[in-house]
Design a protein around this ligand. Structure first.
Ligand code: BEZ
Length: 210
C-alpha cells in the first residue's frame, strides 16, 4: 500500500553524492524533504535541482534537510551536477541518492508503472523530526514542482505544531491563521490574548503569536 500521512518514513541505506547514508541517522532531528526526479540530464529536473540548491538558506532556517533521488547511477549524478551549476548558477548543495536498483524508489512507491515502469515520478515526501510523513505530493514528469509551495507547507506545519492553529486557503507567513475547532472560545481567549475574529462559531481568525 502507498505510504500515507502519519506513516513512519521507511529507513534505508543508499549511495549518494555525499557518500553512503543511513536515512534516519542522516536526518537526525531535522525535518527532511525527500524528492525523486525521473532522470538525470533532463531539462525540467535540471531547473528543479538548481532552484532547490538556491533555497538552502530557507531550508536551513526551518531546520530542513533536502535530498534528491533518481534511478540513475552515481557517476551520472556527479557529471550532471556540473551542468546544473553551470546552467542554474548554483552548486548542488544537498545529497542526491543513486538508486539504480530501485530499492528506495520501490520502498517509497516512487515508480508508478502506468506512467512509466522504469522512471521515478516527481514524488515529494516531507518528513518531521519524529520521522513521520507529513506531506506527500506527486507531479507528472513533464511538470516542474513548485518548491516555494513546499516551503509554505513546512511553514504551515511548523506553525500548527507550535500553536493550536491551522492555515486557511492560500495562507502565507505573516497572514492570520485559523483557530482549530477543538479549542473553545474561552480557551482561545487565553491562548491568543491578542484576540480573535469570530465569523462563525467554527471560523475564527487570529494573528500568529511570535
Ligand atoms: C525533465 O526533467 O525534463 C523530464 C523528465 C522526464 C520526462 C519529461 C521531462
Amino acid at each position: 500500500m502507498a505510504l500515507q500521512l502519519g506513516d513512519t518514513a521507511p529507513d534505508f541505506e543508499a549511495e549518494t553524492t555525499e557518500g553512503k547514508i543511513r536515512f534516519h541517522q542522516w536526518l537526525g532531528r531535522s525535518w527532511g524533504v525527500l524528492f525523486s526526479h525521473p532522470k538525470d540530464y533532463t531539462p525540467v529536473c535540471t531547473t528543479e535541482l538548481g532552484y532547490t540548491a538556491k533555497l538552502k538558506p530557507e531550508f536551513d532556517r526551518r531546520g530542513v534537510k533536502a535530498i534528491g533521488l533518481s534511478v540513475d547511477p552515481l557517476a551520472d549524478h556527479v557529471g550532471w551536477s556540473r551542468d546544473i551549476e553551470e546552467t542554474q548558477g548554483c552548486k548542488v548543495n544537498f545529497p542526491m541518492i543513486a538508486d539504480p536498483e530501485r530499492k528506495v524508489a520501490s520502498l517509497y512507491g516512487m515508480i508508478h508503472p502506468n506512467a512509466s515502469d522504469t522512471l521515478t515520478v516527481r514524488s515529494v515526501y516531507l518528513i518531521d523530526p519524529d520521522k513521520k510523513i507529513r506531506l506527500t505530493i506527486t507531479y507528472p514528469a513533464s511538470t516542474g514542482r513548485n518548491f516555494d509551495e513546499i516551503l509554505r507547507v513546512i511553514d504551515s506545519l511548523q506553525l500548527t505544531d507550535r500553536h493550536k492553529l491551522a492555515t486557511p486557503v492560500n495562507w502565507k507567513p505573516g497572514e492570520d491563521a485559523i483557530i482549530v475547532p477543538s479549542v473553545s472560545d474561552d480557551e482561545a481567549s487565553k491562548l491568543f490574548p491578542q484576540g480573535f475574529k469570530k465569523l462563525k462559531p467554527y471560523l475564527r481568525y487570529t494573528s500568529v503569536p511570535r
